[in-house]
Design a protein around this ligand. Structure first.
Ligand code: NAD
Ligand code: UGA
Length: 458
């Protein structure tokens, strides 16, 4: 079959894999190849056991794989053939040198830029899919266009806004697609070509075009605003616990104001995930490097509040379990950073678990999809932690249950059965406010929700 366009995506992770699967599914006239340096990942993409769990992903991959969707480790061949190269490699926080702990580590990005240059014999459109500091595209364009062979590249910014757990819906029906380019005739032509691709299934008015800096900065801004809402509601949850106000009632009351809106107001043990913290810290670093101290401090507070909320959750556990959890079995329900994913990066459950281990508790972790990642994340703690896929077994003999991920399955467990098998007094710390607190209290539990008055027998 002949294809009108050949696309390559470098980086077969949580963004590259699902995004390219949807492009291939919706654009049968386009040949899509996804490459990665991690052979194990590519083998998994070519198997029936995909490397990431995302509801609805399996069906889409099965429909397109082998037809116009291919997974390969041959990055060089992929580059040679491609008209458009998406780069979706990881951009973690830098762990060394200048900006350590805040700035984005751009080594993977730069490596791919050099690789694209090495294997190209004609000009291409290069698309930043990874989240990058504002003005990275310009640096990349300089690297790519500094070749002595007269080959010209256009570097676009097309940030991804999908959330894990809902990635397929977010990709198939996005609120918007954002494409930024240099404001030259060549830049605008390149962004139109990518806009046309998306317009195959996304309504035109949802494809936003902008200059390249605006696109890059909009991505960091969107994540900062979303995380700021969470830190705001979590800050209020602490105040609710002192004043007998109820955070869900407050969230509902403010969310009905159409200027505020109801989404992203669920108070919790804190936000997790690979991006909010890293992207805000990156924003902080950028602001600092432009001498904007107040801007940096403003956004940094969003991260600090989140860290405080996670620590506060553990302090509540300790204070109410007679100031010691040493030797006590505690069941942690959920290790994924949110429901419907197996991803555990920056999961609040990890912070809670490590803090409990530091207090010498015996922690048992249960999760429907994230136990494999949890085992890797906690391999340094040895026998201090157990893993059990069965929540009933995890809670057996426990003094307390801590709900750290909002998996739907935890709402429907038989809590009477769990209570009967636990040590007494039995405690529930609901870090996601998903359980029926009154019903738990009536069973006999001491119940500590987030942002609500606790229900205590002791
Ligand atoms: P990930 O770690 O899941 O995947 C990145 C992949 O890139 C890895 O498989 C890695 O092996 C590969 N890689 C690194 N260097 C490479 C190279 N030189 N050649 C080929 N492959 C290489 O990361 P992710 O979660 O998919 O995130 C990717 C980017 O997208 C990040 O910048 C992130 O901020 C952004 N983002 C992520 C999400 C999300 O929900 N995870 C959403 C929006 C944006
Ligand atoms: C987030 C953004 O929502 C995406 O738009 C963005 O593309 C992505 O980051 C990224 O750049 O990586 P994600 O981290 O996958 O997506 O998941 P979210 O749904 O945003 O949840 C983040 C964290 O906030 C989770 O721990 C979740 O449990 C928590 N959360 C979310 C709450 O505590 N309360 C809420 O009301 C919503």
């Amino acid at each position: 079959m002949s294809f009108s366009t050949r696309i390559l995506c470098i980086g077969a992770g949580h963004v590259g894999g699902p995004t390219m699967a949807v492009i291939a599914d919706r654009c049968p006239h386009v040949r899509v190849t996804v490459t990665d340096i991690n052979k194990q990942r590519i083998d998994a993409w070519n198997s029936n056991d995909l490397p990431i769990y995302e509801p609805g992903l399996d069906e889409v991959v099965k429909r397109a794989r082998g037809r116009n969707l291919f997974f390969s480790t041959d990055v060089a061949a992929g580059i040679r053939e491609a008209d458009i190269v998406f780069v979706s490699v990881n951009t973690p926080t830098k762990a060394f040198g200048e900006g350590a702990g805040r700035a984005a580590d751009l080594q993977y990005w730069e490596k791919t830029a050099r690789e694209i240059l090495a294997h190209s014999d004609r000009g291409k459109i290069v698309v930043e899919k990874s989240t990058l500091p504002v003005r990275t595209a310009a640096a990349m364009a300089r690297i790519l266009n500094s070749n002595g062979r007269g080959i010209r590249f256009q570097v676009l910014s097309n940030p991804e806004f999908l959330a894990e757990g809902t990635a397929m819906r977010d990709l198939e029906q996005p609120d918007r697609v954002l494409i930024g380019s240099e404001e030259t005739p060549e830049g605008i032509a390149a962004r139109r070509a990518v806009a046309d691709l998306y317009a195959t299934w996304v309504p035109r008015e949802r494809v936003i075009e902008s200059n390249v800096w605006s696109a890059e900065l909009s991505k960091l801004t969107a994540n900062a605003f979303l995380a700021q809402r969470l830190s705001s509601i979590n800050a209020m949850s602490a105040l609710c616990e002192r004043t007998e106000a109820d955070i869900d009632e407050v969230a509902y009351a403010i969310g009905t104001d159409s200027r505020i809106g109801p989404k992203f107001l669920k108070a919790s043990v804190g936000f997790g995930g690979s991006c909010f913290k890293k992207d805000i810290l990156n924003l902080v670093y950028i602001a600092q490097s432009y001498g904007l101290r107040e801007v940096a401090e403003y956004w940094e507070a969003v991260v600090r509040m989140n860290e405080w909320q996670q620590a506060r959750f553990v302090r509540t556990m300790l204070a109410n379990m007679f100031n010691t959890v040493a030797g006590k079995r505690i069941a942690v329900l959920g290790f994924a950073f949110k429901a419907d994913t197996g991803d555990t990066r920056e999961s609040p459950a990890m912070t809670v678990t490590r803090a409990l281990i530091a207090e010498r508790a015996r922690v048992v972790i249960t999760d429907p999809k994230a136990l494999a990642n949890a085992r890797v994340d906690l391999q340094d703690v040895g026998d201090a932690v157990e893993f059990d896929a069965d929540p009933y077994r995890a809670a057996q003999g426990a003094h307390a249950i801590a709900v750290t991920t909002e998996w739907a399955v935890y709402k429907t467990l038989d809590y009477k059965r769990i209570y009967d098998a636990m040590e007494k007094p039995a405690f529930v710390f609901d870090g996601r406010n998903i359980l029926d607190h009154r019903a738990l209290f009536e069973i006999g539990f001491n119940v500590f929700p987030i942002g609500k008055t606790p229900l205590k027998h002791v």
